[in-house]
Ligand binder design. Sequence first.
Ligand SMILES: [Zn+2]
Length: 487
Amino acid sequence: MRRLVLALGVVLVGLAAAVITRTLGVRSRQAAVAPVSPEPVDTTALAQRLAGALKFKTISYQDSTQFEGREFDGFQRYLRESFPKVHATLKLERVNGYGLLYEWIGSDTGLAPAVLLAHQDVVPVEPGTEGKWTEPPFSGAIAAGYVWGRGALDDKGSLVGILEAVEHLIATGAKPRRTVYLAFGFDEEVGGRRGAAHIADLLASRKVHPAFVLDEGGALATGLIPSVAAPVALVGIAEKGYVTVELTAQAEGGHSSMPPKETAVGILAVALTRLEHDQMPRAIRGPTADLFDFLGPEMPFGPRLVMANRWLLGGLLAAQFGATPQGNAMLRTTTAPTVLQAGVKENVLPSTARALVNFRILPGDSAGSVLEHVRRAVDDARISVRALQETVSNPSAVTSVNAEPFQLLARTIRQVIPGAVVTPWLVVGATDSRHYSALTPNVLRFVGATIGPDDLRRVHGTDERIGVQAYANSVRIYIQLLKNAVL
Ligand SMILES: [Zn+2]
């Protein structure tokens, strides 16, 4: 017995030593750069020009017949008037109607170009919620230190901010060595197939192989990451895939006075319950593993110890991190039943019941593996399972954090926002950048806007806004990025 206790003690001491050695051995992954002095920009004028852009109702509706070309015409006219130097200097092509492709031609054609993306369209304001906005959603009001309106964060702040940066640099006499494309789609919120996909095809047909593509997807988070007080720049190095699966249950229809033991509705309900119970497995891998590798060294000893010792404590970390919907979404392919349809009359048994379940696919899984999982979890021959083909989009490739474009963006962010912690990130939504994946392995998803815990609900929700100072800093990041990457 004593020998057993002794042996156990030796094992525990060894384990503790290994854990502590690993923890003390982690080194910061943050680039060592000196801060630059803040670029002189007219913060008030920046806010006003963004506010003006938010007045146009460039809305993407699910029903494409509701598309209002006039609003997009007005928005594009506004861009021409607001950014005269950009429009006098860069080449502009219209692609498939409302797509905008600007080219700032570099002096060294041997350098691979840079491509900056943003989208002109916004999501609609949910009917009935207009009155809940502090400032009307399309008023472009500036109040209490914020620019308010639909599109302030997603994604006109980014589109107008990019144009501000180029306008500013032209005014200082800058000329790029590397060619820069600015590519602005107009239907990102409904998949980007008419805008971004066409622009990407055009660039591909011209054999353009960008050094990197930069799109939205991550931001400067404050107060979102526990144990890290500094702003954390979440740079999306991958995005999840997407598939909606249709489940259809068949059963005997008829009068509801003499129902069979199992009905179409009941069979479908069981299947949905099974799917919610039996989710796809959780895993710390790819971009989420990178996130922990970059965040860990910046954290106090306790959490740093957990992050550095995932070989031992990975299960604990996953359980804790996955306890919130946001954390869970970064660890697995998620399951979300979204549509239920059955029945036409309250006393008639429907012969079919149908459900749609939306899955967001973790890199490493695929639409095919999701279908396999659904069939296995449901395990009922009376239910037909199929993927809605038009919804299928597999997860993106993962951009290397060791390649120069990620490193360059990381250095840029820390030059402009001293002390910021830059980390790779998995984007759980979809962006236009996925249409560019065949053009370059280096796709980065980041805008310099500051996002607090309270802002996540504002994107696509009520009271979308961007801080006046935060917006100016996001423009400074674009300016610095262009200086570092292309001038
Ligand atoms: Zn967006």
